[in-house]
Design a binder for this molecule. Sequence first.
Ligand code: UD1
Ligand code: CA
Length: 468
Amino acid sequence: MAAGKGTRLNSKRPKVLHEVGGRALLLHVIAAAKTLVPATQIFCIVGHEAVRVQAAVVSTGVHFVLQEVPRGTGHAMQVLKAQLLASGKPLPSHLLVLSGDVPLIRTETLEALCRLHIQERAAMTILTAVPQDPTGYGRVLRLTPGQTEVVAIVEQKALTPAQLATPEINSGIYCFETAALFSKLDLLSNDNTHGEFYLTDAAALLVADGQRVVALQAGSVDEVLGANTIAEMMHLDEAMRAATARRLMAQGVTIFRPDTCVIDAEVNVGPDTVIEPYVQLLGATRIGSECLIRSYSVVQHSELGNSVTVRNGCILDHAEIGDGALLGPYAHLRPESRIGVNAHVGNFCETKKTTLGRGSKANHLSYLGDAVIGEGVNIGAGVITCNYDGEHKHTTTIGDGVFVGSDSTLVAPISLGDGSYVGAGSCVTHPVPAGSLAIGRAHQITKQGWVAARRAARAAARKPEKKD
Ligand code: UD1
Ligand code: CA
């Protein structure tokens, strides 16, 4: 269910597209569902900002159900029922219902819920939890405390003073026997404080009909917490990142002060890699083993090989880094930067859409954009590829073993042949053939004795004229 507006967020972005652990809530939920069944058996109910929500998750391959006006979770099921019946296909015998804003749910818990549901031959099985503060959630009323059977779910606003103390909450995740659920949907009423059709009311309706409604308490509270406010969402984000750090540490990664690091859920890191405090690893980043990622570096959507050192303060975005490479401090590797095995990109260097070959070095203050640079190349301090003429981008091609002297500007399109040299301070505008030296700078003029002569001339000019 992902059709709700998320009023309590005070945000223009649909709630299910807000992110925790670097991924939209709904994508987490769909990923959890996909660990149980193929995408073709998953129906995603969209409504509020449906086009935007659909676009964000369409790549998962799930079906969509349009609940044009979200009139409550019960109404969401009514719309699903109509679509399933209209399809003419046989109905699935059971339905697992997930909430788009309960993203931390684990496969094991869903499996346990489905197991209990089948084992108990229940019409409805509710996943519950007992959090420190149950305020805001629907409460699950058991027949007698500790017993599996449930009599009803009561929403926060409808709780009687006596029920307020009920500690067990409804997670918004359920298993239903499809036929039993569908037989009760038309009986739901919207006569409540929100004027919505509550799916939770199905519990009491089924019980009244003599059907079995049971509940399973989840192993951990965090995994069933919902995200109705930004503060709640940030709590989930923290919980998810802590879980990610624990997963990586269990794989042999050393993370100093993991509470200071921001590591997205999809990140993978090889064993014996060391991550210092205040590092961010984002998106689909992959890091090999025995790497060192020093403090204040931000690595997103990037692939690092083994034994890579990222010194302090580097920013990597969609970059590929070969084994043994050394980056930073303060290097900025922009999209499509491909840094070869054992290559160096050092202090205050920026690369973009550039390949730096094996063992090549750009150690200080360079901008390398739209460049293809061979192996064993030395890029001197302050070298700039002038890749943009105000209208178009052009390529700089540098062969193997080239030496580019400091403070040179390479005006693209340009090529430097294998083994060529560029004298420091050159402005290179013509291709340099292999093995040649190019010097593109004004000839130096040296005037010997010029300083002394100038001083003498000035002193003479200042001397006061003698008066009679
Ligand atoms: C719901 C439950 C509550 C439970 C809580 C757990 C109901 C009536 N209450 O409350 O018992 O404790 O979840 O998190 O179900 N949605 C739709 N269509 C709609 C309305 C909602 O698809 O018409 C979706 C929302 O996008 C959301 C999910 O259903 O992903 C839950 O809706 P929400 O409004 O957040 O329900 P809660 O008030 O949190
Ligand atoms: Ca909710």
